[in-house]
Design a protein around this ligand. Structure first.
Ligand code: ATP
Ligand code: MG
Length: 644
């Protein structure tokens, strides 16, 4: 066979094993994935590894399996039955530890409750719960009976909840009397009551007692979980489902627009996650793994629940806020449970950076072996801070690029195969089996060093099986830009060593006086200034230049905004990127509008900067931040006009 030359193979580093595995995964793609699939338990083997009728894929067609069986039952058949599955800590400090055998009995009892509530294969169940063990248990219980779940983040409002419940036509809603967040109680039940007024598909609601507060129970609709559990059967046969049977529907973060209901299947999704989790996190039997994301995001689905549990790993689950009751809560948790693998987001790291390294210093973090990052590109400053102050310069950082749609990690270092030399801010190389490339606007691969659009050139097992109820949106959003190729919507570049650098979303590119420049690059430059904690850059239409730069800046703790600092920042942008990077306006704010998953909502800032309406805010973390930004930007404009 002719030697396949990889477009991004590096000539400079002695990376061998990774490239050998990668090359083989491209040459014998289906056989490669079939080998990974054999690590799962199937009730019936597949007839065909892949049926590909673009853009519709059916991975492991003909195969029958069950996700809860793979995540739970199979670990109770060996010594792992007494291994810890979940170390859970509530925000008030309460602790629950579940072994795999306890998890097994809970998942079965919950599945029995669901069945007795009339839920069967194909019925959709909405889960609106805090980060308590009942959330993964319900997910697995749904999977056990073949009922697709849709997890709705517990910080969402009644409207956001109702929109998602209605879109997915859920038959049952599971919620709690409350959950703890920053010392307060999230009023989940009252919010659910308000939402359910507008949700005709929901017949019943199960309520978990968590906060011990008085709530309204509507007769014949609402039932306490603990009452239902009294009648529950101890064992429910896991439903063998077809490989493409929907495991869940999950709405995207809504960073760029109206959230999409991404549907994931069962077999391909589990195979992808099982394989990539082992490669990326280099899991060992004794690992204690903590992913700080919320279960309500894809990271929570794949990287808290399905991938680690399919491996029989011990996971940590924490209910509350990262900075409650003090800034070192997370570091305290790492010390307490001896976490060895820690996976978080750049936004969290930047938040901690802003508070200073004295907080992690208070704790013994020597159990850590590997760190991970997900959600956005991690700027080199944050990478280095994480490496130094959390990993104590001992732990590799895996910067993992993926999306709700990809289902699992796609581009990332893979120390479970071979640790490649890391470069702060680069997600390094595509994982085996992932055929990533970077195209120009016309669909030709871009030369080294040139920015282009990240695409995936062949199907992969974790890929979405559709957009719920909207096949046209599936085709249009992902498969129409470059026929036969999956369009990620992200910009990327490969350096001369072949490393991939993610440069943000393709729709976040500014056109300034004929130049095209990404918001990510400008923000990286801004946060490399020692007094800047966080920055967001947007373009404002300009009749002459096309667009001008407006920069919103959150300063580090203790730094006071001043006109001098503004000038200094403008000079800093000029000297780090160039004269075109000098912002037209710099606005100091105390917080930036973010999605609930911690991503800056640039579309909101852009609307503010251009004086337009701010649009759909249902996925916003904190409405106050938008009001502040609007007010502060108006004052800035006024001050500027007075100057003139
Ligand atoms: P929406 O699709 O609704 O606008 P979203 O894209 O933020 O929301 P997610 O699927 O949660 O929803 O996020 C995926 C996106 O996050 C990627 O397309 C990419 O832009 C960004 N991203 C995730 N991980 C990384 C990473 N390691 N490096 C750079 N960007 C990342
Ligand atoms: Mg997206």
């Amino acid at each position: 066979m002719a030697e396949l030359s990889l477009p991004f193979e590096t000539k400079y580093f002695p990376i061998k094993k990774y490239f050998d595995v990668y090359r083989r995964s491209m040459e014998e793609n289906e056989e490669f994935w079939a080998e990974q699939a054999r690590n799962l338990d199937w009730f019936r083997p597949w007839d065909k590894v892949l049926e590909w009728d673009p853009p519709w894929a059916n991975w492991f067609a003909g195969g029958l399996l069950n996700a809860s069986y793979n995540c739970v039952d199979r670990h109770t058949k060996n010594w792992r039955r007494s291994k810890v599955a979940i170390y859970w800590e509530g925000e008030p400090g309460d602790v629950r530890v579940l072994s795999y055998s306890t998890l097994f009995s809970e998942v079965n009892r919950f599945a029995s409750v669901l069945k007795k509530c009339g839920i069967g294969k194909g019925d959709k169940v909405a889960l609106y719960l805090p980060m308590i063990p009942e959330l993964p248990i319900f997910m697995l219980a749904c999977a056990r009976i073949g009922a697709p779940h849709t997890v709705i983040f517990s910080g969402f409002s009644a409207q956001a909840l109702a929109d998602r419940v209605n879109d997915v036509e859920a038959k049952l809603l599971v919620t709690a009397d409350g959950g703890f967040r920053r010392g307060k109680i999230l009023p989940l039940k009252p919010i659910s009551d308000e939402a359910l007024e507008k949700c005709p598909s929901v017949e019943k609601s199960i309520v978990v007692r968590r906060a011990n507060v008085q709530v309204n129970m509507k007769e014949r609709r609402d039932f306490w979980l603990h009452d239902l559990l009294e009648e529950a059967e101890p064992y429910v046969e896991p439903e063998p489902v077809e490989s493409n049977h929907p495991l869940y529907v999950l709405y995207t973060s809504g960073t760029t627009g109206k959230p999409k209901g991404i549907v994931h299947g069962t077999g391909g999704y589990l195979v992808h996650n099982y394989a990539t989790y082992g490669w990326v996190f280099d899991l060992k039997e004794e690992s204690v793994y903590w992913c700080s994301a919320d279960v309500g995001w894809v990271t929570g689905h794949s990287s808290i629940v399905y991938a680690p549990l399919a491996h029989g790993a011990a996971i940590v689950l924490y209910e509350g806020a990262p900075d409650y009751p003090s800034i070192d809560r997370w570091w305290e948790i790492i010390e307490k449970y001896g976490v060895t693998i820690f996976y978080t987001s750049p936004t969290a790291i930047r938040m901690f950076m802003g508070h200073g390294e004295e907080w992690p210093k208070k704790h013994d973090l020597s159990s850590l072996e590997l760190l991970g990052s997900v959600g956005e590109a991690i700027n080199p400053e944050a990478w280095l801070w994480y490496y130094k102050h959390i990993g104590n310069e001992r732990c590799p950082i895996v910067d993992t690029w993926w999306q709700t749609e990809t289902g699992g990690i796609m581009i990332s270092p893979a120390p479970g195969i071979e640790l490649v030399p890391l470069k702060p801010g680069s997600a390094t190389f595509p994982l085996p089996g992932v055929d990533a490339d970077i195209f120009d606007e016309d669909g030709n691969p871009v030369p080294t060093g040139e920015r282009g659009l990240l695409v995936i050139k062949r199907p992969w097992p974790g890929m979405l099986v559709g957009v719920y109820g909207d096949p046209e949106r599936y085709k249009k959003s992902y498969w129409s830009r470059f026929p036969g190729c999956y369009f990620t919507g992200d910009y990327a570049v490969r350096d001369s060593d072949g490393y991939f650098w993610l440069l943000g979303r393709a729709d976040e590119i500014l056109k300034i006086a004929g130049h095209r420049i990404g918001t990510a690059e400008l923000e990286d430059a801004a946060v490399s200034h020692p007094q800047v904690a966080e920055a967001a850059v947007v373009g404002k239409p300009d009749p002459i230049k096309g667009e001008t730069i407006v920069m919103f800046v959150r300063l580090k703790e203790g730094v006071t905004p001043s006109p001098e600092l503004k000038k200094e920042l403008a000079n800093h942008m000029r000297s780090t990127v160039g004269p075109i990077a000098v912002p037209e306006d710099i606005d100091f704010v105390t917080s930036l509008p973010k999605t609930r998953s911690g991503k800056i909502m640039r579309r909101v800032l852009k609307a503010v900067a251009s004086g337009l309406s701010v649009g759909d805010l249902t996925t916003l973390e904190d409405e106050a931040s938008v009001e502040e930004v609007i007010k502060s930007f108006q004052e800035l404009k006024k001050a500027k006009e007075q100057e003139k």
